[in-house]
Structures are given as C-alpha cells and as structure tokens.
Design a protein around this ligand. Structure first.
Ligand code: 5RP
Length: 230
C-alpha cells in the first residue's frame, strides 16, 4: 500500500470514528498520525457546535486540540471517559494491541482504562494474526537504572534497545525513557504484560490487553467497523 493511500485509509478510519461522538461526552484524544485525523475532525465539529470535552493522551495532542479550539479537561477532574479514539501499532483478532510507537503509552493506557468505549483507528497494515513479530513492544522505564530494567527485560526473552531521538535518549512526556523490546511472536500477550510490569524500574508496557471495544480499519474506499466479541 502506497503512503498516500495509507494516509487516506487513516483519515477514513478516524473520520468514521468521530461519527460516534455525542453532545456532552468526555472524549479521550489519542496520539499519533491516525488519531490526529480524528482530532482535526473533532475540531471541525466543535466549531460547528458539538459540545464535548477532551482528555488528551500526550502533550502534542493537548497542544493540537487547544489550537483547534477543543475544550480540555484534566483526567483527575473527570476520572471517567465516555469514548476514546486512538491508534495502534498492531492489533490482533482479540483486539489486544501493541501501542506506544509515538511514546505516549502511559497516558494512553490510563485513559483507555477509564474509557467506556475505546475505539481504535488504523490503516490495513496494523491488524495481525499474532502480536509481535518484527514490531517491538515499547516499555516505559525510569531513567534511573534503566540499564538494569533493560537487562531484566532481555531475560524475558527480548532484544531491548533504548529509544533514541536526534542522537539523544528519547524522553517521554512523563520524563522517562522507552526501551523497545523485540520479542518475536507473542503467544500470550496478557502473561507477557504482567511479567513486564513486575520488573523494577518499569513504569508501563505498550501491551494493551482487553482494553479496545471497537476497531475501525480504513480501506481504499471506506472504513470497516468491528465490535469486540464479549
Ligand atoms: C502512540 C501510539 C499510536 O497510537 C501508535 O503508535 C500508532 O500511531 P500511528 O497512528 O501514527 O501509526 O500508541 O503512543
């Protein structure tokens, strides 16, 4: 799939998701190149009179939403979210996911946990039969002793690498580092998520298990909507 077609697929998925929004809702605003299409569409709807308040999942998303005139609310003030629209790096048939390619996994997971309906918007390259393969699992770790956390992660069976940006260690919105962990095929995402979370120095993992409710895959001509089988 060419880059232009992929961008169109992302836009279609995101704009389909925005059709679920209703007046009065608290809306989780995802992070990434697919979620941004939803944020722009929400901005247009807000200018046309839609009354929602957004909970951003990253500093970038907060800045963008503010520029577009979307009113924001702090997660501590609301503690619950009606609907969230977010992207994913991979999603499998049970709607388990790898997220955090954009480095926003901690806030994305917190928001997903308190969301009534988590809507995931992706292009057709993201759905997979089995999570992992060549897609690493991002793990946010404390900068203090990150090397030890990386060594412990390697003992779980991955090849860890500290994420870099412009020749420096990537720093998340929470002031932490991200270790990208290549596990190959992941047979039990829930078990792996729990095993990673037990390690000292780990803040959060990019494995999102049981958190998504609706998947929207943009295609060349439209968007396919699937609900998670409960
Ligand atoms: C950011 C994320 C993104 O949702 C994920 O990386 C997908 O991004 P994109 O839509 O740009 O492919 O988890 O932390």
């Amino acid at each position: 799939m060419g880059q232009d077609i992929r961008e169109e697929a992302k836009r279609r998925a995101a704009e389909r998701a925005v059709e679920f929004l209703k007046d009065g809702q608290i809306v989780g605003l995802g992070t990434g190149s697919t979620a941004i299409f939803a944020i722009r569409a929400i901005g247009r709807l807000v200018r046309e009179g839609l009354k929602i308040r957004g909970v951003p999942t990253s500093v970038d998303t907060a800045r963008c939403a503010t520029e577009l005139g979307i009113p924001l609310v702090d997660l501590n003030e609301t503690c619950s979210v009606d609907i969230t629209i977010d992207g994913a790096d991979q999603i499998d048939g049970r709607f388990d996911m790898i997220k955090g390619g954009g480095g926003a996994l901690v806030r994305e997971k917190l928001v997903a946990h308190v969301t009534e309906r988590e809507v995931i918007v992706v292009d057709p390259s993201k759905p997979v039969a089995t999570l992992g393969g060549s897609c690493p699992v991002p793990v946010e770790v404390l900068p203090f002793g990150w090397c030890l956390a990386a060594r412990l992660l390697a003992k779980l069976g991955c090849t860890p690498s500290l994420r870099q940006r412009n020749g420096q260690s990537f720093v998340s919105d929470n002031g932490n580092y991200i270790v990208d962990c290549e596990f190959g095929d992941i047979s039990d995402p829930g078990y792996l998520e729990r095993s990673i979370k037990e390690l000292p120095g780990v803040v959060e993992t990019g494995l999102f298990v049981g958190l998504a409710h609706t998947l929207i895959v943009g295609t060349e001509s439209g968007a396919d909507v699937t609900q998670r089988f409960r």
